[in-house]
Design a protein around this ligand. Sequence first.
Ligand code: FES
Length: 405
Amino acid sequence: MSDKLKIKIKPLAFMDLLAFKNLVPKRKKMFDNASSAKPEEKPVVNVLAKRLHPIRQYMTIEEVKDVAPDVKSFKLKADASKGTNELAMFRAGQYLSVKLNIEEERLTRPYSIASSPKDSLEGYYTLTIKHAAFATDYLWENWKAGAKIETSGPEGQFYYSALRDMEHIAAIAGGSGITPFLSMISDFNDKGWPVKFTLFYGCNTIADIVERKKLDLIAESSGGKFKAVFVIAKEKCEEGMETGFITAELIKKYIKPEECSFFICGPQAMYTFINKELSAFSLPKKQLRYEVFGESKNVAIMDGYPKDVAESFSINAKYRGEMIHITAISRESVLVAMERAGFAPPSKCRSGQCGFCRTRLISGDVYIPAENDDRRAADKKFGVIHACSSYPLSDLTIEVPYDEV
Ligand code: FES
């Protein structure tokens, strides 16, 4: 056999080569012939990007409903009088960062959208919120029909992707962690169930189940594609439900874990419990997706938090060229310290994920929980912290970020 390389040339393949060779001169000719006048209209792609990812959205509260004890649903409509003529489309599972002005403080809170993406095309979102403390005290008092509110565009990575996820979704919700799943279930229902979906929904009592009727109705009409397993912790359950907690054994009773992508959303304490249960299945990381849960409620119990940390520290905050002295409580994040001092640093997820609160740490030490440290390698190297997931361990000097938009 000859050592010569045998290359088969397709008949007329030289035409491809010729087209390739002419590509650069052809493009140059197009540039040369193009008008140098500034286009009168904005490029279509920029207009579309702004519609899909608005920095701010203004809305009016149209309706408020009690959907479970201490849980309200707020139906929001675009507020054209403030310049929001339509609501941005979103992916089921995303959240809005709500901007609030409470007692001289400008702060944000992330709330998952509970309605279907289809509803945003019809002009509304629904936020379903559980009453907790501080910010929700304000919402319960002020968010009535007709009230005007401001939010970010839709944000977050907690959504189904056909390219990445398996065809059977196992959703684990604890309490108010049901909200992104309400949106996903409505979305899949609107689309005729492209995936199978099993919801494990843990509640303290039967009355705490949010939208039970709606979930039952969708399950009945889904042709077996959707099943809701209600798991009741603090009272005897009804027939067809489960009593106790969402354990590995209970999960295996309903699904084959190795064939599912798991989506998990609930209070911080639930994550510790459920992680232990899920570890029994030895699933690869890519099959486990967690929604962020906001700031740590009790940083002192988190892994690696040092002992004997002082109650408070002082922060020298460089803000718009001035150095301002503020006090920080050690168990609250640097972001909260800035908000308490009346700054309005940008923030969205409040969980260390989105990077909107990037802050330069000039000197001092902070504690950052490993599970909330989503900083880029370069940020870590050059002393940038995410203020929402950083807790002072000494006096600090920082440069406060601000929204220039
Ligand atoms: S607000 Fe998202 S990382 Fe801090």
